[in-house]
Design a protein around this ligand. Sequence first.
Ligand code: RIB
Ligand code: CA
Length: 308
Amino acid sequence: MNRIPVILDCDTGVDDAIAIMLINKLPQFNLLALTSVAGNVELEKTTNNALRVLELIKSDIPVYRGAAKPIFREHVKAVYIHGENGLGGIELPQTSHVVPGITAWDYIYQEALKWQGELEIIAIGPLTNLGLAFIKYKQLPELIKRIVIMGGSASIGNVTPAAEFNIYVDPEAADIVFRSGVPVYMCGLDITMKAYLTAEEISQVGALGTKPAKFFQEVAQGPLNFSLRIGLAGMSLHDPAAVLYASDPSIFETHQVGMRVETKGPLSIGRTVTDLYSDTQWQNNGFIITDVDRKAFYQKVIALMSQY
Ligand code: RIB
Ligand code: CA
C-alpha cells in the first residue's frame, strides 16, 4: 500500500489528543509531523500537549510550532470543554523532544514542495497555519492534494448558534482555505455530532488497560460529562471523525458542494455556508460529510486503540 503523506494540524485539546492516538495506528498514512496552533488553549499548551501525547504513545513524530493567535482576531479559547491545560487537567509526563525552529507554515510548504502534489493536510483546529501558508506561498495550492478539516457545518453552531469553534476562532483563515483551490473535505458538526461514544463505550476503551487506553477514558470524562449534562447521548469525537474519514470514507456519507464562510455579519461570523440544501448552486470547491455508521465508527476507534 502506498501510504499517504499527511500532516496533522491540531490545537491539542481532548479530542485532538484522541485523534493523534488513532492516526498513529492508521496504516494508510505516512504521518510526517504534527503542527500546532492556538485554539482550544494557548499555543504553548497545545504544542506541549501534542508533544506529551506523542511521548505517551512512544512516537518520534516531530511537532512544529504554528500561530499563537488568529490572523486578524483575538484568540478565543475553549477552556470550558478542555480545561485550563487543554487535557482536562491531566498532566502527562513531559517529553525531551525539542520543537524545530521552522514555523508550521514554512514546514508545510517545505513538505509540499518535497511531495509535489501528493501531500494531504488534516486540520482539526483553527485554520490559521494554513491561512498563513497560503498567504506566504502563492504556489502552495498547486502542491496540496486535499485538506480534510474538522470544522464548520451546513446547519448548526457550537460556539454561537451560527458557528462551529474552529471556524469561529479564525474565519478569515478558513475563507482563505476555502478559496485556495485545494479541495476541502468538511467534517463539520453535521457528522461529528453523530460520531459520538457513549459512557459505556468509553469505559470499554479504558478497559483495554494500556496507558493510552486509560488516558483515552480519563481525558474524555470532562467533555463526556458536559455532553451528558446538556442531554446528548455521548461525547462527540469531533477530531477523530475527521481523521477516520480521511483514512476510509466508506462508513461516511459525502456530498460535493460549494462552500464559503461568513467573516462579517455580527451574528453569523464564522458560519460556513454550503449549497447542499439550496437550489442555487455555487462552484464546487469541496465536499461536506453528513452521516456516519456510528457503530462502525466506534468499532474502528476501539480496534485502533486495542493496538497499543
Ligand atoms: O468544534 C469542535 C472543534 O473545536 C474540535 O476540533 C475541538 O478540538 C475544538 O478545537
Ligand atoms: Ca481540535
